[in-house]
Design a protein around this ligand. Structure first.
Ligand code: GTP
Ligand code: MG
Length: 195
């Protein structure tokens, strides 16, 4: 995908910080440390547009990235990671309120891109989230991340396990690597069909 421009247009704690609903949006979400910011950077060919870190739980705001390609303009929204053990109950509650307000109340939301580490099985959070999205008829794609970390032999085994465990149609489950760029074109392709 040829990216003409990519810029961060807002970082928000709540609705008042969201940019005006003028472009279709894709929510990028997943467990803390799963690789959201890294994949987002890869998708827009920018090393550090979205901040990445090896300190889980770093992204605490909704970050709106406006992306222009030859075909369309859209926003990718980097949602804070969940499931990080070290956050307090209060923090967790605040997170949930923030995510639900956005996913449930954003008129321009067209799809959710849920990231799942290819080396792990989906947990209750992922399955709940997929069910929640399905109930609201928000299309959900799943990126199986960090696929570069698997050896060829493990890869077959892991992909087979996840095929059964992630309740999303097969062609919307895309193996990705922010390191090698694997799967990024495919992601753009599927996103293109949903906007
Ligand atoms: N090998 C490999 N490492 C990756 C990949 N994607 C992310 N990482 C590493 O995983 C760690 C977490 O990546 P982030 O992109 O910051 O994860 P995040 O989901 O945005 O994390 P939070 O913002 O804390 O929720 C970093 O050390 C990345 O370099 C990948 O595809 N391959
Ligand atoms: Mg992040």
């Amino acid at each position: 995908m040829k990216i003409l421009s990519a810029d961060i247009v807002a970082s928000a704690v709540d609705r008042s910080g969201w940019p005006p609903p003028t472009l279709p949006e894709v929510a990028v979400m997943g467990r803390s440390n799963v690789g959201k910011s890294s994949l987002l950077n890869r998708m827009v060919n920018r090393k550090q547009l979205a901040r990445t870190s090896s300190t889980p739980g770093k992204t605490r705001l909704l970050h709106f990235f406006e992306v222009r390609t030859a075909e369309r303009s859209l926003r990718l929204v980097d949602l804070p990671g969940y499931g990080y053990a070290k956050v307090s109950m209060g923090e967790r509650k605040r997170w949930q309120t923030m995510i639900e307000a956005y996913l449930g109340g954003r008129e321009t939301l067209r799809a959710a891109l849920l990231l799942q580490d290819v080396r792990r099985m989906p947990g209750e959070e992922e399955l709940d989230l997929l069910a929640w999205l399905a109930e609201r008829q928000i299309p959900a794609l799943v990126a199986l991340t960090k696929v570069d970390k698997l050896k060829a032999k493990e890869k077959v085994k892991r992909l087979r396990a996840l095929e059964a465990a992630v309740p999303v149609q097969a062609d919307w489950k895309i193996r990705t690597s922010a390191k090698t760029g694997e799967g990024v074109d495919r992601l753009w392709q599927v996103i293109g069909t949903l906007l």
